[in-house]
Structure formats: structure tokens, C-alpha cells
Design a protein. Sequence first.
Length: 156
Amino acid sequence: MANAQMDKFDKIVKMTKRSTDALIDYWKEFALYSSFEYWMMVAIFLVPLLILFFKIDKNKIFLVGFFGYSIHVIFAYVDSYGKHSGLWNYPFPIIPALPGLAIDSSLVPVTFMLVYQWTLNNKKNYYVYSIITAVIFSFIIKPLLVELGLFRMYGK
């Protein structure tokens, strides 16, 4: 029984490798340096990081940075689950092995970091403003990304 189990597992790993190779081939053929959408994803990655570099409170850099790292990890896991489950994906990844890099590693964490920093500095309720930020992402930014063709949703 163990051999059958390992054979099945090995077959799944090979299928995953073929899938990754297909994504890399797609990336080279359609997205690499040749499309507006690719460069838009690069901008979505770099611009928030540049803004953060100039706006982060140097006195609270470790507090805000760790908070941003935590947001990044949570969103990376949720995004990974969604991609591997076939619920969504990104047609123009910056790097094929990390399709949601621009959004999960930059846009979302930086936005929440700046909201967190603002609520700390102004003694506001973080939960209220984070819910407002989440609503903006859910009902404005993600639909805009879908409309621009930078994010694809599948299934129900």
C-alpha cells in the first residue's frame, strides 16, 4: 500500500512540475517585458514600496514593519490557497513562481501598514479603519484589477 501511495504522490508532483513549466512558458511568451499589464504589475509592486520608504515612521519602524510582515504572510497563504484551488490567479505575474507578488507583497501590506501607522499616530480605532480599507480593496480595487485584466476569478 505504501508503494501505491508514493507512486500517486510522485505522479502529483510531476503534474505540478508540468503546470509550473507551462506557467513559465506562458510568462515568457505573453507577459515578459512585452505588455502594458506586466509593467502595470511592476508598478503595483514598486510604487507602494517607494511610498512606504518615505512615509514610514522611523520611530515605529519595527512595530509597523512587523505588522506589515504579518499582513503579508496572511495574504500570501490565503492567495496561495486560492490559486492552488483554482479560484483565482494573475495572468501577468512579475515572476511566474510567485503570481501574486505585486499585490500580496506590496500593495496590500503597505496599505495596511500605513493605515496602522496612521491610527497609532492619531489615536484612532484601527479596527474601524482596517474594515474600511478591506471594503475598499474588496469592492473597488479588486474589481478594478479584474476589469484591467490583472486578476482573474474562476468558479462561483
